[in-house]
Design a binder for this molecule. Structure first.
Ligand code: HMG
Length: 386
């Protein structure tokens, strides 16, 4: 890449409700410390009936359009693994809800939690070729596992929207990247299932193997040495996983990387839970919003999607980035979530799993967010802006 290309703006959205994991643990007869300390999770965001990946994605992207307008946005990449249709890209609904121009290509990308990184890289390459273009990349997901399963405490919901542009105000995406693919059945979601199937222990090993494979490829492709990377964001299915990854990478390169170089990245994921494609970029948002000494610093980004595809790449944070972050807005969103008890959470979980597409249905507005799923008409999902 010749010109500086990267993340010009970044904004976060999550679901309307929140469940305290202490309550979930107590209801299941589990020591709450297993979730708080063992997994590193405090809370999970829980979507209401009128929310899904489309409403969260639109809510994440709306503030970016309010700040920058839509001029030059000729591509919208929507990354998700909890898509709402087998054919139509969820981003097409978002395109209409946001009032984007018709002269825009919209595509959905899927590879478990990884695909937002593929979208970001494709966007950066597009802008490098046509620096006047800007690309909207949105990662939006709802992590749902079976009730009473070991994975239940690692559910969550969230979205991150990023505007990719030349001369970015937040961070440049550097050209070197390491990639690693291995066919492994650690986590997947069959077409007829509302919840993911997971082999938890296998998935942890596959994640760590993917990280080492991606790191080795990154170095072989001209990526910088470990001591030239100042901070790290690792994919966070639960924040303790990022701690394990950080330790493992340190062992692999023979350097104690220190917890402080990744600690700030866990702040949002601890409270939102797994948001699959959005998780790594929520980690980046937390880092940008809480570390005020990042200008000119290099951030290592490790992206993992079960199945599995891994990528390790780096960002360099722009001078003046603090003026463009949205920490206060994200804190307000988290604080505005309505607490639910375990009984209500279980009702919402069951309702989401049972919603089919065959019968027309009206869904009442329950969440206070700006976009709503309003039901099914003629088998098609309906949305509106509040
Ligand atoms: P589990 O097997 O019930 O938990 O579920 P555990 O027994 O392994 O305990 C977890 C940790 O808590 C352990 O710590 C325990 O020692 C500790 P560790 O040894 O790992 O450091 N612990 C306690 N700590 C304090 N006080 C206590 C206590 N009791 C235990 N009283 C598992 C854990 C992760 C397997 C489960 O939650 C799961 O299956 N989650 C979903 C899969 C997942 O998140 N995998 C991560 C890697 S794969 C990935 O990241 C991709 C993904 O995001 C999907 C995608 O790509 O699309 C999932």
């Amino acid at each position: 890449m010749s010109a500086r290309v990267g993340i010009h703006d970044l904004a976060v959205a999550t679901a309307a409700h929140v469940l305290d994991l202490g309550d979930l643990a107590t209801a299941a007869g589990i020591d709450p410390a297993k979730y708080r300390v063992g997994l590193g999770q405090e809370q999970m965001s829980v979507p209401g009936p009128d929310e899904d990946v489309v409403t969260m994605a639109a809510a994440a992207a709306a503030p970016i359009l309010a700040r920058h307008g839509a001029d030059g946005i000729r591509t919208l990449f929507f990354a998700t693994e909890s898509g709402i249709d087998q054919s139509k890209a969820a981003g097409v609904f978002v395109h209409r809800l946001l009032g984007l121009p018709a002269s825009c290509r919209v595509v959905e990308l899927k590879q478990a939690c990884y695909s937002a990184t593929a979208a970001l890289q494709a966007a950066a390459d597009m802008v490098a070729r046509r620096p006047e273009d800007r690309v909207l990349v949105i990662a939006s997901d709802i992590a749902r596992y079976d009730l009473d399963s070991a994975a239940e405490a690692t559910q969550g919901a969230g979205a991150v929207a990023m505007l990719v542009a030349a001369d970015p105000a937040i961070a440049e995406v550097e050209a070197a990247a390491g990639v690693f693919t291995a066919d492994v059945d650690d986590f997947w979601r069959p077409n007829d299932s509302a919840t993911a199937v997971v082999d938890g222990k296998l998935s942890i090993g596959a994640y760590l193997d993917g990280m080492i494979g991606a790191w080795d490829d990154y170095r072989a492709r001209g990526g910088v040495a470990i001591d030239a990377i100042d901070r790290f964001c690792h994919h966070q299915p639960f924040t303790k996983m990022a701690v394990k990854a950080h330790r493992r990478l340190g062992e692999h390169v023979g350097v104690d990387l220190g917890a402080e170089s990744m600690a700030a990245s866990t702040g949002y994921n601890r409270r939102i839970g797994n948001s699959y494609t959005a998780s790594l970029y929520l980690a980046l948002a937390a880092l940008l919003d809480t570390d005020d000494d990042l200008a000119g610093r290099r951030v290592g980004m490790f992206s993992y999607g079960s199945g599995s595809v891994s990528e390790l790449f780096t960002l360099v944070v722009a001078e003046g980035y603090r003026a463009h972050t949205r920490g206060a807005e994200t804190e307000a969103l988290l604080a505005a979530r309505t607490p639910v008890d375990v009984a209500r959470y279980r009702e919402l979980h069951a309702a989401a799993a049972s919603l089919g597409s065959h019968d027309d249905a009206e869904v009442a507005q329950e969440s206070a967010g700006p976009f709503h799923f309003t039901g099914i008409a003629g088998r098609a999902r309906q949305y509106r802006r509040a």
